[in-house]
Design a binder for this molecule. Structure first.
Ligand code: NAD
Length: 491
């Protein structure tokens, strides 16, 4: 099976059929590297969500009743089709959101492996035997929720779709997915592969459209038993409010403003490479785990900023489809404007631009195909005031802020003084300090002498306002299973 890459209009997947929106509307997809429209997706709404949920309900009993080995076989077949189509899929993903090939291609290949991992876990779903009475057999089992909903953001849409959907259906659920309106094409293309792999119609449905219409309809739908959401903390709050209506289960993976802490005794070469890669080449800073607050010990502050400047100035900005490109554009016009606004507000608040700060036409010759793209160069603010907006708010672009600290206690204080708690990095050759910091930092993941390393076998989730869901790890299917207790009285 190959996907028609040249197609301009992409369709939703509902009950195994490719369908436009019932309302007939379309949303234009803009290639952020050029600013040109390259595709359209259906503007789905509540009626499309309704159809998709109905299809998922009809598919539920046959799917969950299959032997786990049969579900696993279908998932392995799906992973194989993703691999066969990898070249088309990463191109569509990158064209949709500008994420450089060197990030997007391995992420999607990794997600195919994650499908296989989830297929393996499908056969390991267990319960507990808890004998509480001499006259009864008592135990617990774990069951799929039923019809579940998945809402994902635009920074890594396809990898997230593959990873989350495969876990949900490995556990026996059927699912309705609402991908991001700015970058849905790769997801719609990959959805076409699902039934070729032998996964029955209705098990996976994809409805596209705006968050306020299609997204809200999915969250409020009474037949959807759980919502897994990845996106901003603001949207996570709104989804929480809406899901209260039906007492819906929720898993939230939200934003971050992660500290990357460099002690004076670190291997500074290694640290500069890791810190720069933790923000600038991390999808041009559009990564939830981007190390966007760089805390540097005072005695090496100026020297380390110089090292970062050298790294940043060597980065290649340009065509995200090119394997030699380090940083593509920001994903769409609204994000571009938001980041430019932070460049302004940072200066107005009194932060100093150590390097960078230019964007758009200033970065390319007038006749370059990228002159109309949404590019921002790697930028570093420096300040001693950790309370500025640029130090506290998630910018989601290639804009970091460097803040000095005096000692370990001071680093912990500044690092934890944030509403977010997604990730943190520590650079030191003193492993005793590294171990202490892993415990003292309020974050779902802490890296020491590395950054942004994730693995499907290691749990991932946020603390504080960064969310409450846990994905990945040996227990990852738990996110998609609920408990049932059984009491059989036999005298
Ligand atoms: P967003 O919150 O604007 O949108 C995410 C998704 O929610 C989109 O599909 C959108 O259509 C939908 N949506 C918007 N409003 C909705 C509503 N009222 N009801 C239902 N759905 C709605 O986020 P974004 O700007 O697309 O993504 C960036 C954010 O995602 C950043 O904050 C980033 O940190 C976060 N993120 C977190 C993780 C993580 O694992 N913690 C991973 C990636 C991205």
């Amino acid at each position: 099976m190959t996907i028609r890459e040249e197609a301009i209009d992409y369709l939703q997947l509902i009950d195994g059929e490719l369908r436009p929106a019932q309302g007939g509307g379309w949303i234009e997809s803009v290639n952020p590297a050029s600013g040109q429209v390259w595709a359209r997706i259906p503007a789905g709404a509540a009626d499309d969500v309704d159809d998709a949920v109905r299809a998922a309900r009809a598919a539920l009993d046959p799917w969950r009743s299959l032997p786990a080995a049969a579900r696993a076989a279908a998932l392995h077949a799906w992973a194989a089709t993703v691999r066969e189509n990898l070249d088309t899929l990463w191109r569509l993903d990158t064209t949709g959101n500008g994420r450089a090939r060197r990030e997007a291609e391995p992420a999607i290949a990794g997600a195919a492996t994650q499908i296989d991992f989830h297929a393996g876990l499908a056969e390991t779903i267990t319960g507990d035997t808890v004998l509480v009475s001499d006259t009864a057999t008592t135990y617990s089992i774990r069951e799929p929720y039923g019809v579940v909903g998945l809402i994902i953001p635009w920074n890594a849409p396809l990898a997230m779709f593959l990873a989350k959907v495969s876990a949900a259906i490995a556990a026996g659920n059927t699912i309705v997915v609402k991908p991001p309106e700015r970058a849905s094409v790769s997801v719609l293309a990959a959805a076409q592969l699902i039934e070729k792999a032998g996964i029955p119609p209705g098990v996976v449905n994809v409805v596209t459209g705006e968050g306020a219409t299609a997204g809200e309809a999915l969250v409020k739908h009474p037949d959807v038993r759980k919502i897994s959401f990845t996106g901003s903390t603001a949207t996570g709050r709104r989804i929480t409010e809406n899901s209260v209506l039906n007492v819906k289960a929720l898993a939230l993976e939200l934003g971050g403003k992660s500290p990357n802490i460099v002690f004076a005794d670190a291997d500074l070469d290694q640290a500069a490479a890791g810190v720069a890669a933790g923000i600038y080449t991390a999808s041009a800073g559009q990564a939830c785990i981007a190390g966007s607050r760089i805390l540097i010990q005072k005695s090496i502050f100026d020297e380390f900023v110089e090292r970062l400047r050298a790294r940043a100035s060597a980065m290649v900005l340009g065509d995200p489809l090119d394997a030699g490109t380090d940083m593509g554009p920001l994903a769409f016009d609204g994000q571009y404007e938001k980041v430019r606004e932070y460049l302004e507000s940072g200066r107005e608040e009194g932060a100093t631009v150590a390097f960078g700060g230019r964007y758009g036409r200033a970065l390319f010759p007038a006749d370059s195909p990228f002159a109309g793209g949404y590019f921002v160069e790697p930028t570093l603010f420096v300040t001693e005031d950790p309370h500025l907006r640029v130090c506290r708010e998630e910018i989601f672009g290639p804009v970091a802020v460097a803040i000095p600290f005096t000692d370990e206690d001071d680093a912990v204080r500044v690092a934890n003084d944030s509403g977010y708690g997604l990730a943190a990095g520590v650079w030191t050759q003193n492993l005793a300090c590294g171990h202490r910091m892993t415990r003292r930092l309020e974050a779902g993941t802490v890296w020491v002498n590395t950054y942004r390393r994730l693995h499907w076998a290691l749990p991932f989730g946020g603390q504080k306002e960064s969310g409450n869901g846990i994905s990945n790890g040996p227990g990852t299917l738990d996110e998609w299973l609920e408990h049932k207790s059984v009491w059989i009285e036999h005298g």
